[in-house]
Design a protein around this ligand. Structure first.
Ligand SMILES: C[S@@+](CC[C@H](N)C(=O)[O-])C[C@H]1O[C@@H](n2cnc3c(N)ncnc32)[C@H](O)[C@@H]1O
Length: 389
């Protein structure tokens, strides 16, 4: 998958009230978090094959099963479903641009698109056509099966609008690269720009067999997105350790790893940054991380979907947003093997430039080819480099 095929995205935390803009340089036209995810989901729905079947989970209990994986165990009449849909659509339309005006949240067009996806996820595979036929026949009493009770649908859509609960938590999944990752409260919803980290790894492993066959680590794995992306491009080579301090993330990442049958390739470990990597110091071929990097004072200005619902542990990078990034830069050289690669996501140009300068001047002799890489919108977002040989 090439970045050029993707819509142009901005930054990973774009849903920020106006006072936040003073902390960024060169703010692009704001796109909302919801809009980013909207486009990604749209693309994958039309380009990826059916999701893999639910795994036989031996070890980890499933995190709240996403709608699309649930069995279609409920039934309702076409008229009751359409009544819900019409109520939900009016609620979405009533929002107009009010969320967008207050904190760059989704407007009613985006909410209506999400409503269509909710319909897709809740209807049993064959039922959409059944429903359309019933509507065409003017037969509102036709029974259709659903993956959620209609009452639950009313409740879910109220949560979406009244509480600004993210759509991904409502349906329990996020489309990311060619994956459909389960997500739930307590775990960050993976962002489209983070896909670039997997592309960067793809580039370096295509040129260096030692990296391709080596041990990779995804620190702060969240849903397991980056680790799974890397494991898939490593193919039959290499292996991945995915770590997180948050036990909910460890559980969700384990679920996603098992859903893609990658448990032989990815080991999910709980613990803080370097602690779960004890025993592999100096042996790691590649280190990647999208750590928390939002300055603490900026969290309150985030879009409601992000600030109110996503875990603070995943967002808050301390006073300047640099606490975790600096910790990772300081420890990377002793964890990587000679010639090993690292890629870290940052908040943008200011953090990127600071880190490049820091690695060159405060950690002299440790790294080479330290560089910055832009996101889809052309904003410097990633810091990459190699441990000196
Ligand atoms: C920005 S999120 C990234 C999640 C995922 N990698 C992604 O890109 O979607 C940062 C992650 O770091 C984890 N984290 C925060 N502090 C940590 C620590 N001290 N050690 C390990 N993980 C940590 C959070 O729980 C969260 O999952």
């Amino acid at each position: 998958m090439k970045p050029s095929l993707r819509p142009s995205f901005t930054r990973p935390w774009p849903c920020i009230a106006s006072n936040f803009s003073t902390f960024f340089f060169q703010l692009p036209t704001p796109l909302t978090h919801a809009r980013n995810i909207t486009q990604i989901r749209h693309r994958h729905i039309h380009s990826s094959p059916s999701p893999p079947p639910p795994p036989q989970l031996a070890s980890s209990p499933p995190p709240l099963l996403p709608l699309f994986l649930r069995p279609p165990e409920y039934t309702t009449t076409v008229s009751d479903l359409l009544e819900w849909h019409s109520w939900a659509k009016s609620l979405a339309a009533s929002i107009g641009s009010s969320f967008e005006d207050s904190d760059n949240g989704p407007d009613s067009t985006l909410l209506c698109r999400e409503l269509n996806w909710l319909m897709e996820d809740v209807l049993d595979g064959s039922d959409p056509s059944l429903m359309h036929k019933a509507v065409a026949r003017d037969d509102p009493d036709t029974i259709i099966s659903l993956k959620a009770d209609v009452q639950e649908l009313y409740s879910l859509w109220k949560q979406r609008i009244d509480e600004r609960r993210p759509f991904q938590y409502i349906v329990g999944c996020q489309h990311w690269r060619d994956l459909i990752l389960c997500v739930r409260e307590g775990v960050l919803i993976p962002r489209p720009e983070t896909e670039i980290i997997v592309e960067l790894v793809g580039d370096v492993i295509s040129k260096d067999e030692g990296l391709r066959e080596g041990l990779w680590a995804d620190l702060g794995t969240g849903s397991g997105a980056i680790a799974i992306g890397i494991a898939k491009i490593l193919g039959n080579y290499g292996r991945v350790i995915a770590t997180d301090l948050n036990p909910v993330a460890v559980q969700v990442a384990s679920f996603n790893v098992e859903r893609y049958s990658l448990q032989d390739k990815i080991e999910v470990r709980e613990g803080s940054w370097w602690e779960p990597l004890k025993g592999v110091e100096g042996k790691v071929a590649g280190l990647v991380s999208n750590p928390p990097y939002i300055p603490s004072d900026d969290i309150s200005g985030l879009q409601a979907e992000v600030g109110r619902h996503e875990p603070r542990l995943a967002l808050d990078g301390g006073a300047e947003g640099m606490d975790d990034l600096l910790h990772l830069c300081n420890g990377a050289a002793s964890m990587l093997k000679p010639g090993g690669f690292f890629a870290f996501e940052t908040n943008g140009e200011k953090q990127c430039k600071f880190l490049v300068d820091y690695m060159q001047n405060q950690l002299p002799g440790s790294f080479c080819n330290v560089n910055t890489v832009s996101d889809f919108a052309g904003i410097l977002r990633f810091v990459t480099g190699f441990r000196n040989r």
